[in-house]
Write a protein that binds this ligand. Structure first.
Ligand SMILES: Nc1ncnc2c1ncn2[C@@H]1O[C@H](COP(=O)(O)OS(=O)(=O)O)[C@@H](OP(=O)(O)O)[C@H]1O
Ligand SMILES: Nc1ncnc2c1ncn2[C@@H]1O[C@H](COP(=O)(O)OP(=O)(O)O)[C@@H](O)[C@H]1O
Length: 207
């Protein structure tokens, strides 16, 4: 018997069908691709391009997008530091379940805090958490501003907006860093190809 969090007297129930069996069926390895970066850095665009690219190769993916999760699972959470931390924790746990199902799970959230991202990494086996840092400067994200949120934040109409008056802690040791090249950004499809090549090289797309 054990105590985990607030649950007491709970015992893990193991099934004879395991992750490796599901992976054999799917002909791929389950993992989490964690896409982090400022609002407007291209996380959702990359996630979609990646999902499309992998789908075309016959690989099963699922996207956990911050904005979308806040419509359901995380609808009770605000953008206060502790709620962002809980947002990331929950998403990390869900992503872990998808990876255990054998799915290539793409989580795209601002996830501004290093500590919480690293805690999500720690939930997965070595190598199964692949952090992708959208290293796009604030001024580029702000110029894009597709939802007009930076404008509102600059006008003081949104408080605690990441990059303006709320922190973003860039990753120090991401598996993949996607940044502009001589002031130009590759297209989402080209960026997705970089991630797909990484997955291929690491054996996550085994036929
Ligand atoms: N205060 C504040 N700060 C940052 N972002 C804000 C805020 N308020 C609303 N939004 C919109 O919410 C989207 C980010 O949600 P996330 O769940 O990814 O954020 S976090 O990981 O909990 O920090 C984010 O979406 P993206 O632009 O796709 O990143 C914003 O559109
Ligand atoms: N690689 C890219 N190059 C140029 N513009 C991009 C790129 N990726 C996304 N965008 C544009 O930037 C804006 C924000 O993209 P989005 O994927 O919604 O970012 P995020 O999910 O990080 O907020 C959108 O207008 C999108 O069309």
């Amino acid at each position: 018997m054990s105590t985990i969090g607030n649950s007491t007297n709970i015992v893990w129930h193991k099934c004879s069908v395991e992750k490796c069996d599901r992976e054999e069926l799917l002909e791929q390895r389950g993992c989490v691709i964690w896409v982090t970066g400022l609002s407007g850095s291209g996380k959702s665009s990359l996630a979609c391009a990646l999902s499309r690219g992998l789908h075309a190769r016959g690989k099963l993916t699922y996207i956990l997008d911050g904005d979308n999760l806040r419509h359901g699972l995380n609808r009770d959470l605000s953008f206060r530091a502790e709620d962002r931390a809980e947002n990331i924790r929950r998403t990390g746990e869900v992503a872990k379940l998808f990876a255990d199902a054998g799915v290539i799970c793409i989580a795209s959230l601002i996830s501004p805090y290093r500590k919480e991202r690293d805690a999500c990494r720690a939930l997965l086996a070595e190598g199964d958490f692949i952090e992708v840092f959208m290293d796009v400067p604030l001024h580029v994200c702000e110029a894009r501003d597709p939802k007009g949120l930076y404008k509102l934040a600059r006008a003081g109409k949104i408080k605690g907006f990441t990059g303006i008056d709320d922190p973003y802690e860039p990753p120090l040791t991401s598996e993949i860093v996607l940044r502009q090249n001589q002031g130009l950004c590759d297209s989402p499809n080209d960026l997705a190809d970089t991630v797909i090549s990484y997955l291929d090289k690491k054996g996550y797309l085994k036929e």
